[in-house]
Design a protein around this ligand. Structure first.
Ligand SMILES: *Cc1c(COP(=O)(O)O)cnc(C)c1O
Length: 459
């Protein structure tokens, strides 16, 4: 198979690997946010569409020269914004290999390895998180899509029970479904509800407590046409809704329970958090992210559904040329058809960590969060949440002072923390989600935060 016109690719792959290796080596020591100069250099990208080809090595040189410096160092140890995982070494390396493979993970006939890995990792996730081993699932981009997939499935299953075929007849004129959420529901659930035709406002919102937990005692009467959305890990506080109690009530009344466990669900790997996750396996569907706490790299969302037939009924499609085989077909379990084989990195990360490695990662990041909270409290700052897992909310006093501290922390570059308003109080969020964070990272980040708080006369 010779092709005289095919350009050689070995040089550019070597170059990219070299640049990536240098990036990974340096990321632990560099400033977290990009410098002013590296942001200014982004201007060099504004050129008209090139009229002629460029040597691939030149392309990679340029990308590294302008791009690497302008990244946010989220794979280092001192990024604590949003809930962003780093990426374990096996996942980065597997991603390189997967890029070379460039498999379409839609159907087994398109990629036996992608289909096989997907099946393996879905099973592993159920084993790791002690969810029903016979549930079905799909790999999607993110928790928003996982929530969407689960809610669309719930909608279709509940309406089917009521004698309505939503896939064929749509939502207009369908029997109403009541969607119940907590007052501190994640915005992605509301977005998923709007995409699914429920409308983000047509929900029954149940009061939440001071940690953001849906108050189970305030649940309305449910029915076979209710969907209850609960949370495993509030994005601000890390709090868990009382799954056991809520699932029991829902089950007794025939309702569907969906768990948004974007990051918190992974706490279930550790016996230390059993009191938080108890009863979560009684739900009907679960959404989580592998790119958050398990450090699998972007993008990697997972949806799991107890009733696999219901998932396939809502996500399956038929066309003569698609030739579905006898085995599980990836595309019949998710909204997308053609897509990358995200099972590759998920498999590599879970294989490299194993149960004890994943458990250690979860427990270590929680311990780091405790370390942050204790030091901040000791200095007299108000930690607004019960630090039950890896999330810390801290106020530096008046809202404008807290905002100024956040701005300066981000600019300083030692670490990166974002802001939020938690039940009326302006706070800085510290989310410890990376495998790469060390105690030294926590110490020098604390030093920077406390120094800046002092400069802002926060106390
Ligand atoms: C992060 C998060 C989401 C959304 O996750 P994406 O991967 O960004 O779609 C949803 N719910 C909770 C609780 C989250 O923390």
């Amino acid at each position: 198979m010779s092709n005289d016109t095919r350009p050689p690719s070995d040089d550019v792959l070597k170059l990219a690997a070299e640049k990536a290796r240098r990036y990974v080596r340096n990321v632990y020591d560099r400033r977290v946010s990009p410098s002013e100069a590296s942001l200014a250099a982004l201007g060099e990208l504004s050129e008209a569409f090139p009229s002629s080809p460029c040597d691939p090595c030149g392309v990679i040189e340029k990308l590294d020269q302008i791009g690497s410096e302008a990244t946010m160092a989220t794979t280092g140890g001192r990024y604590f914004g949003f809930v962003i995982g780093g990426t374990v070494p096996a996942a980065i390396a597997a991603n390189w290999l997967a890029a070379a493979w460039n498999q379409n993970a839609a159907l087994r006939v398109m990629s036996p390895i992608a289909a096989e890995l997907e099946e393996r990792v879905l099973r592993w996730v159920c084993e790791a998180l002690e969810l029903p081993l016979d549930c079905s699932g799909g790999l999607v981009t993110c928790a928003t899509m996982a929530n969407f997939t689960a809610l669309v499935t719930a909608r279709q299953a509940l309406l089917a029970r009521a004698g309505w075929d939503v896939a064929a007849d749509g939502m207009f004129g369908a029997p109403p479904i009541e969607v119940v959420v907590g007052a501190e529901v994640h915005a992605s659930i509301l977005k998923a509800l709007s995409l699914a035709g429920f409308g983000r406002k047509r929900v029954t919102m149940v009061e939440a407590d001071g940690q953001g937990r849906l108050r189970a005692d305030k649940l309305p009467r449910l029915s076979e046409r209710s969907i209850v959305c609960i949370q495993a890990g509030n994005v601000n506080t890390g709090a868990f809704d009382r799954a056991g109690e809520i699932c029991q009530a829902a089950r007794d009344q025939g309702a569907w329970v969906h768990v948004d466990g974007a990051f918190g669900l992974w706490a279930r790997i550790s016996r230390k958090y059993d009191h938080l996750t108890q009863g979560i396996d009684q739900a009907d569907s679960w959404a989580t992210d592998a790119h958050k706490w398990p450090n699998v790299g972007y993008d990697s969302g997972v949806v799991l559904v107890r009733n696999g037939e219901a998932l396939r009924a809502s996500m399956g499609i038929a066309a003569a040329y698609l030739e579905p085989g006898l085995r599980r077909e990836p595309m019949h379990h998710a909204p997308e058809s053609s897509r990358r084989s995200r099972g590759v990195e998920l498999w590599a990360a879970l294989k490299s960590l194993g149960r004890s490695g994943l458990c250690a990662l979860i427990e270590r990041t929680c311990a780091h969060a405790q370390q942050f909270a204790e030091a901040l409290r000791k200095r007299g700052f108000d930690v607004l949440n019960d630090v039950v897992i890896n999330q810390v909310l801290v106020s530096f006093g008046r809202p404008e002072v807290t905002r100024e501290v956040i701005r300066r922390v981000q600019e300083d570059g030692t670490c990166w923390c974002g802001g939020t308003v938690w039940q009326g109080k302006t706070a800085m969020r510290i989310s410890v989600s990376s495998w790469a964070t060390t105690e030294t990272d926590v110490e020098c980040s604390l030093e920077a935060i406390l120094r800046i708080a002092g400069e802002c006369h926060a106390l």
